[in-house]
Design a protein around this ligand. Sequence first.
Ligand code: NAD
Length: 494
Amino acid sequence: MTNSAQHVIGGKAVSSDRSDALEIRNPATGTVIGSVAMSSVELADDAVAAAASACPAWSDTPIGDRVQVLFRYKTLLEENISELADIVVQEHGKTKAEAIGSVRRGIDCVEFACGAPALIMGRTLPQIAVSTSFCRTEDEGGVGIDSQVDRVPLGVCVGITPFNFPVMVPMWMWPMAIACGNTFVLKPSEHDPFSTMREIELAHDAGMPAGVLNLVHGGPDVANRLITHDDVTAVSFVGSTKVGEHIYKTASAAGKRVQCMCGAKNHSIIMPDANREAAVDAILGSAFGNTGQRCLAGSVVVCVGDSADWIVRGLIERARNIKVCSGSEENADMGPLVNDAAKQRVLHYIDKGIADGAELVLDGRDADMPSTGCFVGPTIFDRAEPEMSIVREEIFGPVLSIVRRPSLEDAVDAVNRSEYGNMAVIFTDSGHAARKFQRTVQAGMLGVNVGVPAPMAAFPFAGWKRSFFGDLHANGEDGMRFYTKSRVMVTRWI
Ligand code: NAD
């Protein structure tokens, strides 16, 4: 298949007005599968104009009618889940099972947004005061005053999304935004545009009115135009910390409401009393699932006491047997990295880990894997330390570092030294240890005896520290609050 990714503006597929195009390759084979022509900033302006012109009618559409589009969309997603997952496998490199799982989590967000009428409902407090001026008779004792608060849409919202979940992450944003009565312009990652394009096409097949949901492909120039555009009111971003911090500062300075879900370096603490088999299994899934390209990847394990002895042994034994191959192969456990630049970054970090003195106990460069494509096998460093770059920095690949500490307090201290705070988990049989961890660790998403504590769509998703810039998180009630503003009314009938 060779494709050319199109923009979707005002309900129509639009070709790019620029001649430069980025080639999209299947990272498992290196084969070119299509290209994406970047939008110009003028085309991005057209998308905002389409969203702005669709906004009054859409925000006036009864919310029950608005969510009907999402109900139909959910059915279409269920019918097309395998096809969508195949596109993700082809352009991103996930295994088919991972791709299906990621689309499924996106569908969860659509389902949650279908419930927007219950979430967005206002609140009233009758008889909040009594007014005695202008009342007809003194006997009446005054006129009652009522008060209410409504939640109303913001206007045109923008979403800027990363490559690693090209179907799911956009669905953290636009379904709730449009259910709440906003219109939307999405700029997905330029590295895997076809899955997101199909996601948006299906939304139009479900009856999305023209201009309510627009898509422009592009790089930083387009993103920067969108986040400062006069007609845009809110910006949601998911991606790296470096870019997220820039987006947060720039868009806030331009007066936008902003939420930026950013990079991570997640730690898992293993207590000596943990269930060994379950801990090894969960750590493997967390560190090497999605080839480590996940903001919830548990890429550092902090072993307390003698847990290091069995965990390191268990991880090496199991990680050696992970089948590394194209995600489209039936028995694939782990696919390639997204592109060659990502592979080179991971190889660079392996060199850094060795140079910094960590002990390379499983070398992913020697794994049994295809010789072409962007593959690196599961890699494990033992005896790493918090100041090493393999522990401090986000590698975004299948590299797991093990830090050894004598006590839970020392382990939590090692976790809290990270500049990031997306997630942290503990494996233990002790309620006391789990509670202490929960109360002292600095991260926004915590887990006990689970490898990837990904909140389901009804709960807010975001981290702390440099993993998040903003106030309201993605998904859950936070999502509805982000995409609406409150309006208070005080009423007196004379
Ligand atoms: P990225 O920051 O490189 O790109 C994200 C988006 O920003 C893309 O759409 C890109 O085109 C745009 N962009 C890039 N440079 C820009 C610039 N200078 N100005 C304006 N826009 C710019 O991220 P990525 O490599 O696509 O994705 C991986 C990152 O995303 C990782 O750091 C990962 O942890 C993070 N992530 C975080 C979460 C979360 O919930 N915290 C979820 C998924 C991914």
